[in-house]
Ligand binder design. Structure first.
Ligand code: GLN
Length: 289
């Protein structure tokens, strides 16, 4: 069954560093590439204050490999395909990662791991950068430095088509599913509702499809993919409960050299419309499967 796909509208984004709960940004319910000239965010500034003493190899040499960590369970940002832009990995983030490496004279490689492991992998030098539709939060900023944001999203609720859930507060007496470590989990926790956390988005969706839970809270673009793939589901938005979130690329704390290179490429890709184009292209691609 072919479902209609609502392309993401382009709106200007406000930098929000809380994962959820703020009502300051209620008009931002559509996900989108951020504005072409993003503001320099605080996190770039804070990196200057961090000691660089513990950075082993800030940037791989020219001709070397720039290793990105991701969790390839998050279409349209990263997923496994028969052939992807970096090995079998495809998606908006993978295309951005490849471009960052190439623009800086390197080759991109991907290490696929659990979302929860990404910041640890950065800290121990297993990966050079993490690109995973990762929302910038105050807590994560304590563990890593973040690039300028490249995408604005929000949490949404996926429910069965006949569900009576119309707002976040309607979840109070329902069975809620989230994905472990995602901002969706943080949001539901902040709302104070009990929930069950799954390792993978697809597992949470199966619970919903099989009637074992009533609602899945997850990022908007990924939610649209799941609703497209599974009959009988719909998305419910609640901008007063879920603030907009900013996706950015994480590097090890203090690695300003790599961060500057990443920021230059991301800034150029935002300014010339590449990120917005990639968004449209991959949303189209995953909804035509
Ligand atoms: N944006 C969400 C977060 O940062 C989910 C990211 C993901 O699953 N890849 O937690």
């Amino acid at each position: 069954m072919k479902k209609s796909w609502k392309a993401a509208a382009l709106v200007f984004a406000t930098v929000m560093l809380t994962a959820c709960g703020s009502k300051a940004d209620t008009n931002q319910t559509n996900d989108t590439a951020v504005s072409a000239q993003p503001q320099q965010t605080e996190e770039s500034a804070t990196t200057d204050k961090t000691s660089e003493a513990d950075v082993q190899e800030a940037v791989p040499e020219t001709g070397g490999t720039l290793t990105f960590g991701t969790n390839a369970e998050f279409p349209p940002f990263e997923y496994v395909a028969s052939s992807g832009v970096i090995d079998q990995y495809d998606g908006i983030d993978m295309a951005i990662a490849k471009n960052i490496a190439e623009q800086n004279g390197m080759t991109a490689a991907v290490e696929n791991m659990e979302f929860d492991s990404l910041l640890v992998a950065l800290q121990n030098g297993q990966i050079d950068a993490a690109i995973a539709g990762m929302t910038v939060t105050e807590e994560r900023k304590e563990k890593a430095d973040f690039s300028i944001p490249y995408y604005t999203a929000t949490q949404v609720m996926i429910v069965k088509e006949d569900s009576d859930i119309a707002s976040a507060s309607d979840m109070a007496d329902k069975k809620i599913c989230v994905i472990q470590g995602y901002t969706g989990e943080i949001c539901v926790k902040d709302l104070g509702y009990p929930y069950e956390a799954f390792k993978k988005g697809t597992d949470a969706i199966m619970e919903l499809v099989n009637g074992k839970c009533d609602v899945v809270v997850i990022d908007s673009a990924t939610a649209q993919k799941y609703v497209f793939d599974n009959d009988g589901l719909k998305i419910v938005e609640d901008a007063s409960a879920f603030a907009s979130e900013e996706y950015a690329i994480a590097v090890k704390k203090g690695n300003t050299e790599l961060l500057d290179k990443i920021n230059k490429t991301v800034e150029a890709m935002l300014a010339d419309g590449t990120v917005a184009e990639l968004g449209a292209q991959y949303i189209e691609a995953i909804s035509a499967e």
